[in-house]
Design a protein around this ligand. Structure first.
Ligand code: SER
Length: 627
């Protein structure tokens, strides 16, 4: 069964259960300047999980395009891809466990035909400190669906310590069976929704696992042990809690957030753990093979190169279709990195020049019926890839010439040489290392790194420049209100206290809307004070600039905003916007954000707080305008 058939069946199945099918959101989050890419199906749904009514109702189903930049370096094994689709069904305060568990079981076993004998389940063990009980309700529901197919499903605790012992349903703690955007309960900020989850794993069979290999062999095999035997294919999140100052409290609505890895389900259906063997990759794989001198499966190294090329060019194709063209900045930097990595790995396979755009064309043909925008952007995608490949090939040629010169002058390649090749010629360290190795030499990485860090300090100092990109709407009004939102965030902290944390933001050209954690209704004095502070600061004509900082640096300089794992996408660095006196180094607001913003507050006009209301327990909402 192809991923396209599975996607269609899934959407039709949940439509038959009263769900509205919605299209995938863009890979670039809209109205969410806190993160660079859409990395899970849940991201575009956050406002609705927090209680905002969804225009399509309380039952939603979709297949969301996702890109995880943090996985770029992981690609090469049989299960990591940076681009994937996540099937989702959502109950926004409607059905809950007793519908979700039988439905998803029916879908996977009847519609897709997965043998229930090879499906295993995990549930939340419970945690007294969090005040959240063991999820016995889910266990009973799973037992009953298994019973309906003649399987006696045994539940068992501590399989990670004692092995699986013929169990079918296993309990794990919050490191495995808890889901929130921030991961563990302890990492969640106040106001964030989350909940226990119940995951489904496919068993590819003992012989496909690597359990006997050293890293795993001293522990018993269990579904979460990562030896390769089991693959998590689906996750039912029971999103029923919100974190508050006094621990977890029930959300006003109990929600279901189901996420199923589309290609993982397809891999289970064909009982082959290698995602790159799926029919959707067949055309791409054949194209790589045709323009190279390697064969998939020939050796581990060649196979890894195939996978990098296949994944990265697929991701780059989708990114460009969503408007993210290769560049040195922001999201575009990742498109560039993907293409350049694919080209580098292509060299290992002696790929013919021009291969990247040809592979993109195969990707477009494969996915265009599900994603018509790919066909609409075909010319642009092909052009961007051709240009990028040409540019990078020149870089590589120049770098190679320079490398040979350096080598013949001194008979060695030092860490400093490697840095010059990198900084002046854009020649990647990894290539320098490979070429040095061919000459029987190692490059001193420490020296390279030291030079690299010094260089970063310098470029940081010069990085305050205008940023464009990020929000869905780039109109002047929206950008002005976006900068105002930062000022509001700071003013609220000043007036109400440091417990104020942003919970959401939505900006149109007409007004800003800002959700934040605070228990009581604001008094008239507090509202007046917030307005006064913001208008005073606006009138000071403060400049706005950003700097790219390490996470530690951003924190130590007092930046506020959402520090999420996603920021590791910039190689551990994040972007912080400063509003204040740049020369004196005194800032009114310092906030983690993707931009864009105005250059000076003088252009903002007069701030007016229109409305202050409650959205959920402990969360307030402000609507405000500039007059
Ligand atoms: N939010 C959950 C996940 O990403 C389920 O959709 O795994």
């Amino acid at each position: 069964m192809t991923i396209h058939e599975i996607r269609d069946k899934y959407l039709a199945f949940f439509e038959s259960k009263g769900h509205s099918i919605v299209a995938s959101s863009s890979l670039i989050p809209t109205n969410d300047p806190t993160t660079l890419f859409t990395g899970s199906g849940m991201q575009p749904m956050v406002p609705f999980l927090l209680g905002e009514p969804h225009p399509e109702g309380k039952r939603i189903t979709d297949s969301q395009k996702c890109f995880r930049a943090q996985d770029i370096e992981e690609v090469g094994d049989n299960r990591h891809t940076t681009f994937f689709e996540m099937l989702g069904n959502w109950s926004l305060g409607d059905y809950f466990k007793k519908e979700q568990i039988p439905w998803i079981f029916e879908f996977l076993t009847k519609e897709i035909g997965l043998d229930p004998k090879n499906l295993y389940i995990t549930v939340f063990r419970g945690n007294h400190e969090l005040g959240i009980d063991r999820d016995v309700e889910s266990v009973e529901l799973w037992k009953s669906v298994y019973k309906s197919v003649g399987i006696d499903a045994k539940d068992l605790d501590f399989s990670e310590r004692d092995g699986m012992q013929d169990g079918r349903i296993f309990y794990y703690d919050e490191t495995k069976n808890w889901w929130s955007r921030h991961g563990l309960p302890a990492n969640m900020p106040v106001g964030e929704p989350g909940g226990p989850d119940s995951e489904m794993f496919w068993d590819f069979g003992k012989e496909l696992g690597l359990h006997e290999r050293s890293v795993f062999k001293n522990n018993p095999c269990h579904v979460n042990c990562d030896c390769g035997r089991f693959l998590e294919i689906a996750n039912n999140v029971f999103m029923e809690y919100i974190k508050t100052e006094d621990g977890f409290k029930p959300l006003p609505n109990k929600n279901v957030d189901f996420g199923g890895g589309l290609s993982r389900i397809a891999a289970a259906a064909q009982n082959d753990p290698d995602l790159f063997n799926l029919p959707s990759f067949k055309g791409v794989k054949e194209r790589v093979q045709a323009s190279s001198n390697g064969t998939y499966g020939e050796s581990e190294e060649l196979t890894a190169s195939f996978r990098v090329i296949m994944d990265h060019l697929c991701a780059a194709t989708f990114l460009i279709a969503d408007g993210v063209v290769p560049s040195n900045k922001d999201q575009g930097y990742f498109t560039r990195r993907l293409i350049r990595r694919a080209i580098r790995f292509g060299r290992r396979l002696n790929m013919e020049q021009g291969f990247s755009s040809e592979i993109a064309s195969v990707v477009i043909d494969e996915f265009k019926s599900a994603y018509p925008s790919l066909e609409e952007s075909r010319d642009q995608i092909i052009n961007e890839l051709s240009q990028e490949e040409e540019k990078f090939s020149k870089t590589l040629q120049k770098g190679e010439r320079e490398f040979e010169k350096m080598f013949s002058n001194s008979g060695a390649i030092t860490g400093n040489d490697a840095f010059i090749l990198y900084s002046t010629y854009g020649f990647p360290l990894e290539l320098t290392e490979e070429m040095a190795k061919e000459k029987g030499q190692d490059v001193d990485r420490e020296v390279f790194t030291k030079e690299f860090e010094q260089h970063q300090e310098l470029s940081r100092a010069g990085s305050s420049q205008k940023f464009t990109g990020g929000l869905a709407d780039h109109s002047e009004e929206t950008v002005r209100l976006h900068t105002t939102t930062h000022m509001l965030h700071q003013a609220l902290k000043t007036v109400l206290g440091d417990h104020v944390v942003q919970r959401g933001s939505n900006i149109t050209p007409k007004r800003l809307r800002f959700d934040f954690t605070h228990k009581e209704k604001m008094t008239d004095e507090e509202r007046g004070e917030v307005e006064k502070i913001i208008n005073e600061q606006i009138q000071l004509g403060l400049s706005v600039h950003y700097e790219i900082l390490s996470l530690e640096e951003a924190k130590s300089r007092g930046a506020i905003g959402l520090f999420e794992d996603k920021y590791s996408e910039l190689g551990g660095e994040i972007k912080v916007y400063f509003i204040g006196d740049e020369v004196a180094g005194i800032y009114f607001s310092k906030e983690v954000c993707g931009g864009p913003h105005v250059e000076n507050t003088a252009s903002l006009g007069v701030f007016k707080l229109k409305k202050e209301t409650s959205v959920a327990a402990g969360i307030r909402r402000i609507k405000a305008v500039l007059e």
